[in-house]
Ligand binder design. Structure first.
Ligand code: LFR
Length: 485
């Protein structure tokens, strides 16, 4: 038939899922085949990913995906969070457990890097915002460790899983752009930066672009999943945010997006990077997207703040909590949701209370009050990112698209519309999986360019619109409470 079935493996910081996308010339349907928890593990040497557990989840998911479509899949694509990697020895065996980007090993490392390549030069050459976990800093933190010394290959998370599935190695470009070792103008390695910092680019497998073939599922994988071969694996925008932005159901160019989930990634899609000093000071990043696009955005802590509180409170009912939060007084206290001080896990309600106290605001007490403080703070950070991005890139917008897990949070969507003073179009929730599926479909000739992919989304996916309710000056005033130079 004209309809094809694609499996999208989408790995997030707290759960992984395997979705089946059925795509026809005018149709697009997504179904969840399998979902599994992703639990980081703290061992004596630090915070690590359970990569074997993830791979087992991927295999279970592919089996479930096959069962959905009579054992036949037209292709498989993998995306995950960015920056993290596994190291392989000369025999191709994994060396140790991949380090979690929230592991504290990168504390104080950036200053050492900047002593060799000043922060201004680093930004001009790579366009990446400062985040302690950028692969560049992770590799510097790992310098002279037995593991890195013994490594002959570095594979980013989705590329590592692809390697295990197919036996083929590559470095997918959209995710490579989060290493801080890529030049966003040439879309190739930042050779000069790497050599000055003593980072051996031969560790990386050759670059591959979204849509490129990434091998066939190995015989053993077919056996274990019950799939009928051959099943090609296709490189997608393997950075989850690249896939999610590809699935922003925008028409035209005057839009901002916010990819919500553990993180909020808020910004613009541009055709060229913005590498000015002003942009660096505002901590905007230039990650690479599909078809020569640039994801010009800022990382905001996102629903991580709430997830960590909910964990500390012993997992109360989220629906009830959000309902109460919607009735709590608005904008009573806010925190800077962009602050890297919230990066590490643990004691989140106390850390938020502390931030309110330090900025001279009322301290939220009940879970509902803390939740309201978090959502107001996120909406405020969304507003700031959307406004700053427009100014810094000279690119105006009239709508904000919210995609990802946060679309289920109606209060967050409404507050974001209010704060931005712009309509919010919320959906799709599974944007990363949809972007993943659409890039596979495109590689197999089923859909056209990025605009064509987006038209298909607009015509097939349920979207919810939130109008701003006025009162943007209150958000402006709240921002002033946080302002520091
Ligand atoms: C979102 C995301 C962000 C990246 C962060 C860490 O899932 O991929 O884009 O900055 O995780 O990898």
């Amino acid at each position: 038939s004209a309809e094809k079935s694609y499996a999208a493996v989408d790995l997030g910081a707290s759960s992984g899922r395997v979705m089946v996308g059925r795509v026809g010339p005018d149709s697009l349907e997504l179904a969840e085949a399998h979902r599994f928890p992703n639990r980081p593990v703290r061992v004596p040497e630090g915070l690590r990913w359970d990569v074997l557990g993830l791979y087992a989840g991927v295999l279970d998911g592919l089996r479930a995906a096959g069962a959905h479509c009579g054992g036949r899949l037209d292709s498989v694509g993998i995306d995950s969070w960015a920056v993290d990697y596994g190291l392989l020895d000369a025999d191709g065996a994994l060396l140790g457990n991949p380090v979690h980007y929230r592991d504290p090993r990168t504390e104080g490392v950036a200053e050492k890097v900047w002593a060799t390549v000043p922060a201004e030069e680093l930004y001009a050459a790579t366009g990446l915002q400062y985040a302690p976990f950028n692969t560049l800093y992770q590799l510097t933190a790992a310098r002279s460790t037995a593991q890195l010394d013994g490594a002959r290959r570095l594979l980013l998370m989705p590329d590592l899983l692809t390697y295990w599935l197919t036996g083929e190695q590559g470095t997918e470009l959209t995710n490579a752009s989060t290493t801080q070792l890529i030049d966003p103008r040439t879309r190739d390695w930042a050779y000069d930066v790497a050599s000055r910092l003593g980072i051996d680019l031969d560790l990386f497998a050759p670059l591959r672009r979204p849509g490129a073939p990434a091998g066939l599922l190995r015989g053993e994988v077919l056996e274990e999943t019950g799939l009928a071969g051959p099943v090609p694996v296709t490189a997608v925008g393997s950075h989850d945010t690249a896939s999610a932005v590809a699935a922003v159901p925008a028409s035209g160019e005057r839009f901002a997006y916010i990819c919500t989930g553990t993180w909020s990634l808020a910004g613009l899609e541009l055709d060229a990077p913005v590498l000015t000093e002003e942009s660096r000071a505002a901590n905007f990043t230039n990650e690479l997207g599909l078809d020569g696009t640039v994801r010009y955005l800022r990382n905001i802590m996102g629903l991580w703040l709430l997830q960590e509180c909910v964990r500390a409170w012993g997992d109360p009912d989220l629906g009830a909590l959000l309902l109460e939060a919607s009735k709590a007084p608005a904008l009573r206290s806010v925190v800077d949701a962009g602050d890297a001080a919230f990066l590490a896990p643990g004691r989140m309600p106390e850390r938020i209370a502390e931030a309110c106290r330090l900025s001279g605001q009322p301290v939220p007490e009940s879970p509902a009050e803390v939740t309201r403080c978090i959502l107001d703070s996120l909406a405020l950070a969304h507003r700031r990112a959307v406004q700053d991005a427009q100014r810094l890139a000279g690119h105006a917008v009239d709508v904000v698209h919210v995609v990802g897990g946060g679309t289920r949070n109606a209060l967050l969507c409404q507050l974001t519309a209010d704060a931005c003073g712009l309509p919010v179009v919320a959906g799709p929730t599974e944007a990363a999986a949809l972007g993943n599926v659409l890039v596979q479909a495109r590689a197999h000739g089923l859909v056209g360019d990025l605009a064509g992919m987006r038209r298909l989304l607009v015509n097939t996916q349920p979207l919810t619109r939130y109008e701003p309710r006025g009162g943007t000056e209150r958000w402006h005033a709240a921002q002033a409470r946080l302002a520091r130079d």
